[in-house]
Write a protein that binds this ligand. Sequence first.
Ligand SMILES: [Zn+2]
Length: 261
Amino acid sequence: MGWEAWSYGIFLFMIGAACGSFFNVVGIRVPKGISVAAPRSSCGSCGRQLNAVDLIPIFGWFIRRGKCHTCQASISPIYLVGELAGGMLFAALPWLVARDELWIAYPLVSVLLMLTVSDLAYMLLPNKIIYPAMLGFAALRLWLHPLPLWQYAAGFILGGGLLVLVSLAAAWMGRPAMGFGDIRLMALVGLVMGVKLVLMCIFLSAFLGSLIGLGLIAAGKLDRRSPMPYGPFIAVAGLLCFCFGDPILTWYMDLVVWQAF
Ligand SMILES: [Zn+2]
């Protein structure tokens, strides 16, 4: 990569980290019904208003060493992770996604980051974020649709519908069922990506969820019966499908064909 590409990447990283900081605020405040504009952010323990140093994306967290400057209460690493993820994704997208699809990719990453923060913090995927996102992406897809339009409509119905069936089956087996938020989020993924990729996202999110869930149970960090937020797995799987869906499918098909003969 030449220096132009590097400076472009670093510029996008800084924008992404600043946006990530805002997405954290949205993800933390919207479920509680607090305005994202006011009041200014403060320490959850002592109530001290955060100043400019605290608010520098990423660096602020390291300068304060993950603790409140006044009361030494530890600051959740969610904030740092959200800023880093925003920076890295914003910087990487132009290299991962076709030029036209960037109009979809940036809003998608933004919405998924807000929802992930909210789900990790409260196990909640707020309708106040999901419904406007559905309207926004429906409008974007009317304008930009590499696949025929019915694909996105069918993806919406299939994503939501299949997750309703999965959660009914889970409830029937006495397992912790998925929430309505997860169902709506999968419908949103289908609306954005169409039939093929939403099916892939359902499988991949279930795979990642079981993998991490079993790992946490084995490590004694999670009880078998206790619920785990599923939204972050839908978000990660959705992004992987959006960026690498076709290569993943080719690789998987090769694997299956290779196994069959
Ligand atoms: Zn404090």
